[in-house]
Design a protein around this ligand. Structure first.
Ligand code: GLN
Length: 500
């Protein structure tokens, strides 16, 4: 077995284990985004829900998915270790999608419940393992996360397209009988998730001691009991999740409670660490706090921007006829795939030249790009015809700029979580990072609903103006957040105590 030193002293730009994690995460995201892309359409077309309820339940499910990454991270740090957590999460995700494949109508929320808990155990821990491949202070860490992020989006892009296409019958329709299309699409997600898990199991030996049990000091029998209790408790939680997700009014209460509880947990843990360690935890919490706003704006993609795409966009992109909703769903992932590795290399190059901006400034840049992107969405207003239909080219360009912002914030954020948290809080901290996404999803829904409500029953042109003006407001808020981050960067740098 390779020692941690041997793993971390790898030659070249990326450790070889990153490739294995890349593929595991790619398939997992294929399954996750494949399912996610089917949820609203399934609820409306198959379960007969109205659009408002479907959107609310979709938002709730996404908020819960990311909220449970905090719980998954916590149990990984305390009891299971990253590897067993990841395995358990993957298994639950496979079971969840098999349940959906068997009878999606009858067992919809049960399958969703399994997937929510499963993702909670899988998602934060695979990201934490990536961070563990690097020695403290290794300048190659951010580039590694950028590369990993490419895998995330490759999976998201292909899965997001294929699953819904099979369900709608635009793909494989000769092979799949009409009444089995949804079963097949959900079944597809389970097969792909199985590939993800097999990839991980086959390659996990290469991780040496990374991610093994944190309780090796305990007797093996005690350890087993604790592990089994965790597995059973997570299964018992599923009916509660189902109850919460199927009643969106509970989402508000849940979101009201989980964040403060998570924060209280970290404050409680901080009492056993020295000030230099706690300073870093505070810095991580500052990044987490700002990322909530980033995701709240960014996740307009699934909500208000998809309505905007449906009603107010031309169908030509660079002269080719396309589906504007398809562009809204996939342009971002495509741009991440094209530019993620390049961004990673740019950071490495800047590091060599000693001009690499620090993490807080990168976050600030992320917000500035977000602001410009949303300003371009606003600017679409000036390219509209009398029906309020505007340029898809410009809209897609906005996504390009927002993607640059995402690349300055999302992979860097994951990377810095692993750098700033003490060993025993690594996965919990990563869970906190994704918990911010849960709040982002939640606020995105509220924001999007606000804009959509004002635009209700308006003509195309009036709606366009309302949406675009709403995006201008978001651009201004993003600009302010970016400037604040850049202004406070010297202070945060001090808190980070040497971590870059
Ligand atoms: N798209 C990224 C992923 O799926 C980031 C998601 C998020 O943190 N909101 O990993």
């Amino acid at each position: 077995m390779e020692s941690i030193e041997q793993i971390q002293n790898f030659k070249g730009k990326y450790p070889r284990q990153l490739w294995y994690l890349f593929f595991s995460e790619m398939w997992e995201r294929f399954s996750f985004y494949g399912m996610r892309g089917m949820l609203v359409i399934f609820m409306v077309n198959q379960l007969g829900l109205n659009k408002v309820d479907a959107n609310l339940q979709y938002g709730a499910s996404q908020a819960f998915v990311y909220a449970f990454t905090f719980v998954g991270g916590l149990f990984a740090d305390k009891i299971l270790g990253y590897r067993k957590s990841l395995f358990w999460g993957g298994l639950l995700m496979i079971v969840g999608s098999i349940i959906l494949a068997i009878d999606p109508k009858e067992f919809f929320f049960l399958g969703l419940g399994f997937n929510i808990i499963g993702t909670g155990f899988f998602k934060p821990n695979i990201s934490t393992i990536v961070g563990s491949l690097y020695k403290e202070g290794d300048p190659r860490t951010d580039a590694g996360f950028s590369f990993f992020y490419m895998g995330v989006n490759l999976g998201a892009l292909i899965g997001g397209y294929i699953c819904i296409a099979v369900a709608n019958g635009t793909m494989l329709s000769d092979w799949v009988p009409e009444h089995l299309r949804w079963n097949m699409a959900f079944g597809f997600a389970s097969v792909v998730m199985a590939i993800s898990l097999i990839t991980f199991v086959w390659t996990q030996k290469s991780l040496g001691p990374i991610g093994i049990s944190p309780l090796l000091n305990l007797k093996i029998s005690t350890r087993r009991i604790l592990e089994i209790v965790t597995y059973v408790a997570s299964l018992i939680a599923i009916p509660f999740i189902i109850l919460l997700v199927s009643n969106p009014k509970y989402t508000d209460r849940f979101m009201f409670i989980i964040g403060p509880c998570a924060l209280a947990y970290f404050l409680f843990e901080m009492r056993s660490y020295s000030w230099p360690v706690n300073k870093k935890i505070i810095a991580a919490l500052i990044f987490i706090f700002f990322s909530i706003f980033f995701w709240a704006f960014f996740e307009q993609s699934g909500g208000s921007l998809s309505l905007f795409a449906e009603h107010n966009l031309q169908t030509k992109l660079l002269g080719v006829t396309v589906d504007p909703n398809g562009v809204n769903n996939s342009a971002n992932s495509a741009f991440v795939i094209i530019f993620a590795a390049l961004f990673g290399l740019v950071w490495l190059w800047m590091n060599k030249k000693k001009i690499e901006p620090n993490t807080t400034v990168k976050f600030g840049l992320g917000f500035l790009f977000l602001a410009i992107g949303f300003y371009v969405f606003y600017y679409c207003k000036f390219f509209a015809d009398s029906n309020g239909v505007t340029s898809l080219n410009l809209f897609t360009f906005a996504w390009l700029i927002i993607t640059f912002g995402e690349l300055c914030l999302s992979p860097i954020g994951m990377s810095v979580m692993t750098k700033l948290s003490p060993q025993k809080l690594q996965a919990g901290m990563m869970g906190m990072w994704f918990l911010a996404s849960a709040y982002g999803q939640y606020f995105a829904g509220l924001l999007g609903a606000d804009i959509a409500k004002i635009a209700e029953n308006k003509t195309g042109l009036e709606a366009l103006v309302i949406y675009c003006d709403g995006y201008k407001d978001l651009a201004i808020y993003a600009l302010i957040a970016g400037l604040v981050l850049i202004l406070i960067s010297p202070l945060v740098k001090k808190l980070m105590g040497g971590v870059k």
